[in-house]
Write a protein that binds this ligand. Structure first.
Ligand code: PLP
Length: 443
């Protein structure tokens, strides 16, 4: 038997017992990781999805849901200035998945099956995939799931001098070594906006090199993809016309509540060849026969899927592309202001170029701090103290090229300039106290 007033007392427990133990990702002081974007429209969209609760696995299972998804991914692709070849309107097409992990896995199995059909199904053990040492772990995970040998995932080193971007020359050399060893290059996962520092892999150069060995090129723009709504960011995907697939998380920075990862492919038939299932009798529907419709279950691993198109459609309609641009630009402006504050304090340095709304910074490593290793330890302690400060910001860290840095990712819907200024003040205060304790605060 449910307790009397079960709903009310559960809500009370939520407030008293559960919420205090949570990390508040929607706080205006949340600067860690990447944002989990949200909006009232996105939240209402989620509620509508939950209430309507359809299961659009085939077109026939919910025609308007399938068709809305097709319309919305084309709208979104156009809003992000993606090439027509990735949209339904240009012979490609897109879908809305839960996460980038799913998107990369789907693209990889499509590429794998296409390559094995060409070189022989027995050669799965010879396939090699490529990424940089900055690529998100979801790619390595996908490679394992897709049956790529553990030793056949080449993580090409990057460096601070190249701002942690993948070099086409290094990719070319790695592929040539593999070809010389009788192996089969299969797939490149390039990233626009890496998780640690938002590094941007140069698509044009990478695609040119990849084409020499028939690689499938996927672009993971999980975070930075949202910025493409502003035309001034189009340069970060220069050469994108040549890629085979592209994904971004609208739930990271485009005001769509969790979860909503958009993926586009140039050749949907390759996805369907790898992931399509023979239509079970129970899923067949005469109304679909002879129509150019999409059965989205054939584009991904799952059968049951969510009606994500509804919330994406609502966000696009209610904010408009101009509204979304304004949202991105305000965060970029605030991040630039934070960057200026860091640069104005000689004790600190901005470590990597700021491409979007993430600033990677640290207490400068000086002789007095005792060298790089000690500087890393000091910055680690600084982050601990910043995050422990009452009503302070919550930030996270990166460690690239052996350099430990603090990450300030501006992107919460509620963040205003004052939160950014306050966050910097806390960082400065904690740094002063740390340096004082070490008696190296003054020259
Ligand atoms: N790729 C990049 C560049 C990311 O930053 C992230 C998460 O932050 C992911 C992939 C994983 O995204 P998801 O949780 O949607 O799988």
């Amino acid at each position: 038997m449910p307790e009397p007033d079960a709903w009310a007392s559960a809500l009370q427990d939520l407030r008293d017992l559960i919420l205090p133990g949570m990390t508040h990702w929607q706080s205006p002081r949340h600067f860690a990781h990447f944002p989990a974007s949200s909006s009232t429209v996105g939240a209402l969209g989620e509620s509508l999805i939950a209430g309507i609760n359809v299961v659009p696995f085939t077109w026939a299972a919910s025609p308007a849901a399938a068709e809305l998804e097709m319309v919305v991914v084309d709208w979104l692709g156009k809003a992000l200035h993606l090439p027509a070849s990735l949209l339904f309107a240009g012979g490609g097409g897109g879908t809305l998945l839960g996460t980038t992990c799913e998107a990369i896995l789907c693209a990889l199995v499509a590429a794998r099956d296409r390559k094995l059909a060409e070189v022989g199904w027995g050669r799965i053990g010879d396939l090699v995939v490529y990424c940089s040492d900055q690529t998100h772990f979801s790619f390595r995970k996908a490679a394992r799931i897709a049956g790529i040998q553990r030793g056949h995932c080449r993580e090409i080193p990057t460096s601070l001098e190249d701002m942690f971007a993948l070099s086409p020359e290094a990719l070319e050399a790695a592929m040539q070594t593999d070809v010389d060893a009788g192996l089969v290059p299969l797939f490149l996962c390039a990233t626009v906006g890496t998780t640690q520092t938002t590094a941007v892999d140069p698509l044009r150069g990478l695609c040119a090199v990849a084409a020499t060995h028939g690689l499938w090129v996927h672009v993971d723009a999980a975070y930075a993809g949202s910025a493409l709504v502003c035309p001034e960011f189009s340069h970060v995907v220069d050469g994108v016309e040549a890629v085979d697939s592209f994904s971004m998380n609208a739930h990271k920075w485009l005001l769509v509540n969790n979860d909503c990862c958009a993926m586009w492919v140039k050749k949907p038939a390759a996805l369907v060849a790898a992931l399509g299932t023979e239509q079970e009798y129970i899923l067949k529907d005469a109304a679909a026969e002879g129509h150019d419709v999409v059965d989205y279950k054939d584009w991904t691993m799952t059968l049951t899927r969510r009606f994500r198109a509804l919330k994406m459609w609502l966000v696009l309609r209610c904010y408009s592309v101009e509204g979304l641009c304004g949202h991105i630009r305000s965060h970029v402006r605030m991040a630039a202001a934070f960057e200026d504050l860091v640069r104005d304090d000689a004790r600190f340095e901005v470590v990597t170029d700021r491409h979007f709304a993430l600033v990677c910074f640290r207490l400068l490593s000086t002789e007095r701090l005792g060298g790089e290793k000690k500087a890393n330890e000091l910055n680690r302690r600084l982050l601990e103290k910043v995050n422990a400060a009452t009503l302070g910001p919550y930030m996270s860290a990166a460690n690239a090229g052996g350099i430990y840095m603090l990450r300030c990712a501006v992107g919460s819907t509620l963040t205003e300039e004052r939160h950014v200024r306050e966050a910097w003040k806390v960082v400065q205060e904690q740094a002063s106290s740390l340096l004082r304790k070490m008696e190296i605060g003054k020259p």
